[in-house]
Write a protein that binds this ligand. Sequence first.
Ligand code: PSU
Ligand code: MN
Length: 305
Amino acid sequence: MTIPMQFSPEVATALANGTPVVALESTIITHGMPYPQNVETARKVETVVRDGGATPATIAVLSGVLHIGLTDSELETLAQAKDVAKLSRADIAACLATGGTGATTVAATMIAADQAGIRVFATGGIGGVHRGAETTFDISADLHELAQTPVTVVAAGPKAILDVPKTLEVLETLGVPVITFKQNDIPAFWSRSSDLPSPLRMDNAADIAKAQIMRGELGLPGGQLVANPIPVADEIPQDTLAPIIQQALDEAEAQKIAAKSVTPFLLQRIFELTDGASLTANIALVMNNAVLATEIAVEFTRNAA
Ligand code: PSU
Ligand code: MN
């Protein structure tokens, strides 16, 4: 049996020629942002990648086929679709085997990118240890994926809805390098700082690419988390967001939201409670991450040459 995989023409050409490619996920489109901002953002992110000299590869499972790079109409259809599965490590194979359609999370996008030979991926924020995980056991599969799949993931830190200190502890236990770009403390998604020191700091894309290559040379599995702070002009201060996040978390608990629904529920409620400001910031940080991921992709190809 082979993996039903379809490359967009531009991604196929880029991979064949060894030019830079940046993977992009699709759960952020289907479960992370409302329509039409979701598809507008997906398009803008692809443009940012192209402008930086790389080829964007948005990844999703459409009717049982793993797509590496989507056409504009596929993107539009996915962005408007209801009841699209949210695929992680646990369910991507079942979706492919049964002809289903699903959006890929950070974990599933890493698996697909690795299969395709793509080494860097831009998203908004990774999943992590949820607040209250000591009773719910809700820890994102994204963390384990970072520990075993060799893809460098550029995010604006763990989402601030999470327990950021516990997320960092688990990443350390799993041996995942957490590299903050150009500052000493870990960013907190919508805010530039979490007031927690970052285990590692790097100030240029070349070092980040070399560190991933060196992991491979050492025989270490897994990727790296690059934590890229949201631009100053776009951040929402932590103090402003804290009570809103708390209200969304309380509502999630009262409504017994669980498992895969937790993160989409919280993002949607925070969007409503901030009158859309959280979405504006989320879009800005994704674009910023795409810029850095593109620079890293260029460095990967430079080191391969
Ligand atoms: N980044 C965003 N918005 C999102 C996500 C990332 O700006 O919605 C998605 C990613 O697909 C990530 C998922 O893998 O949220 C985390 O879900 P969970 O907490 O259920 O593992
Ligand atoms: Mn979860």
